[in-house]
Structure formats: C-alpha cells, structure tokens
Design a protein. Sequence first.
Length: 265
Amino acid sequence: MLKLAIVLICGAIALNWYRVFAETKTNCLLKDPPNQCGGFCLGVLTQVLNHLTIPQDQRNPSDPKKSNEVLVRQYTMESQLTALQEKQSTFENSLDNQQKTLDINQQNSTDRLDELESQLSVLQETLLTVETKVKYQGFEQIGSKYFYIEKLTEKNWSSASKSCSNMGGHLADIKDQEELTAIQANLKKDTHYWLGINDLGHKDEFLSVATGKPAPFLKWATIRPTRLDTSDCVFLYNSEMYDYPCNYSFRFICQSEEENEQQIY
C-alpha cells in the first residue's frame, strides 16, 4: 500500500509540473529525468510523508475488529478473574474467622463443662457428707470406720445389737491391734462394752456379726474367769476381750455398715 501511494504521488507531482512548464513560455527539457527529478521528487515526498499518518490498526496485519474484540474479551476475563480472586480471598478470610470463632466457642464450652462437672462433684461430696451425718448421727470416725460408743445406757447383748441395727449399723468387731488401740482411747476405763462377736452358732467358734465369718481379731484377757456354757458373747474391758453370758447388761460399741465413709466434719 505504501509503495503504491508513493508512485501515485510522484506521478501527480510530475503531471502537475508538466502542466506548469507547458503553460510558461520557458522551455525546460529534461535530458536525464531520473537524475534531474529524483532529488526533487524525494524532497517533496519527504514533506508529504512527514504529514501522512497511517492509522495503527492499518499497520496491524490482523483484522482490527477482531483485535478489538480480543482485547475486550481479555480485559473482561481479567476483570472477572480479579473479582473472583477477591471473592475467594474474602471467603477464605470469612472461613478463617468462623473457624476461630468455633474454636473459641468449643474451648469455652469445654471450660464451662469442666466447671460444671467440678461443681457437681463438690455438690455430690457435700450431699454425701450431709447424708452420712444424718444416717450416722452420733457416730465418730476412728481410723477407717465410723463407731458409735454408748456412754450411758447399758443393755444385754441382744438389745444392744438391735439398737445398733436401728441406727444403721451393727455391734462392732475389731480388725487389728491398731484399731483396738484407737478405740480404747475413746472408752471409759474399767467399763464393759459389748462387741459384735459371739459363738452362739458353734462353741468356741467366734464369728463376726457383720460378716458371719470368724472374727478378724481377738485379744483374750490374760486371766479369763471361769467360763460357763452360756459364755457366748464377747465384751471389751480395758483393751482385753472376755466371753460372757449374753444376758448381762453393759454399754456397747456400734460401727457403721460402710467402711471408709467420707470423713464427717
């Protein structure tokens, strides 16, 4: 296209000058047209070309309309992609915030649950203490057991056993020397106390009332009085045990049904 335009322009210039020279009386004969007109034409064409603007889209070998459509589509897609990236970033931030909120709520729920469980445990312990106090009113903890020591009333062995049962316990047996020493420290000196031990089933087979099994610990007196056939029940006197007729009336010692109860305050 550019070459064709140059040829046409040169032709028009040459024709124009031919007419000018034809109208004048001065004769101008061209002996060597290429050399004589070449520089002139080049000078004129240079000025024309400097003022000639070729549109950018015409210098592009592709279709301008299609090129514009491609650019529009590219810009649209880039805008949409940017918008999607911004939405994705916003969504991810929202998810992070929600996850943090969930984590905080879960931790708060866990802490609250632990607090409630702790409070429940305290309430259960308090309730157990109250129930124990009510159930074993008058009992005191000695070692790992709770004992009731009768300090005034004297009863025969059978009535004493019934009294202990009415209080939710039974006549006491003693498990070892350590427990005997601890109990004796709470007893009045030179005083008889019925225990929950007897051989009413078989002579000389002393069983515990609580378990029905042989008494776990027996500490007979060094000097025992003459034993009678009715000497079937055991009492405690100054840290020693004696078997004696069950119809005599003495003070008595009861113990609770449960061992290792929570300490009563």
